[in-house]
Design a protein around this ligand. Sequence first.
Ligand code: ADP
Ligand code: MG
Length: 297
Amino acid sequence: ATPISVTVGIGRGAHDGVLIKDAEALERLEKIDTLVIDKTGTLTEGKPSMQNFKVVAGEVVAGEPEADLLALAMTLEQRSEHPVAHAIVSYAEARGSKAVSISDFMSVTGKGVSANIDGKAVLLGNPALLKEHAIAMQEFEPQVAAWQALGHTVMLMAVDQKVVALLSVADKIKANSKEAIAQLQQQGMHIIVLTGDNAISAQAVAKQLGLDDVRADLLPADKFRIVQELQAQGRVVAMAGDGINDAPALAQADVGIAMGSGTDVAMHSAHVVLVKGDLRGIVKARSLSQQAMKNIR
Ligand code: ADP
Ligand code: MG
């Protein structure tokens, strides 16, 4: 039977927006010594806004290149649930873009999207996605690096193997992230930032939070593997994340912590849900665990 102090702890958590799904998770929380944490949508609000849309090659589709390319970008991203997709769609909608017809839409998790438009292969995603398709982008690297150094996430759009536009979005750090991270660090927690984003913008964000262990350019399988490796080293690992890309790592962690503001898949894979995505809930969950376990011992 579940000890009464555990039931009480779970009840208190629920009252404060920290949903602890099972007794074992509450019991394990106090033993966590390592927190791996996703960046976009977890440390940050996950509501990036468009910073730049720069056309670098025109006339790929009839009419005015900028408007047309923005319409293409919008059409692709309307089919994606990724936060950067929402940023691109809102920007395009505000400029009156009209959707075009597309086929063969594909979403490449952690990289971007692609489709066939008017017989042309259109790709929109991070530099890794373009590299995978062997698309030349050397000439754009200085611009990409300059935006990344500002903490932006940069994406490129290509039509028939040729880069046609550069896009950048930026995301705000959540108001309570800094306080939550500082408290966990004071408790001796080792914190590692895991992100599918690039190293330069990830470090720009981590630095503002006093975090220095950052692993960037990761795919969902990499996040999962890092959790496993830490566990193999004897660490007791919590993973916090919000996305589909975080689900395997959330399930593998000793305690998976999902943001209530995130995807359903992440919430299903986790043991704890922070209803409002407020990371101070991790501190709260740990203290509930310590209280409950003290009462049992
Ligand atoms: P994170 O770990 O930061 O939440 P993801 O693994 O979900 O990020 O995605 C990694 C990167 O892939 C994003 O930063 C973005 O550059 C690119 N990306 C993902 N989805 C899309 C999309 N729908 N459109 C364009 N780029 C995307
Ligand atoms: Mg995320």
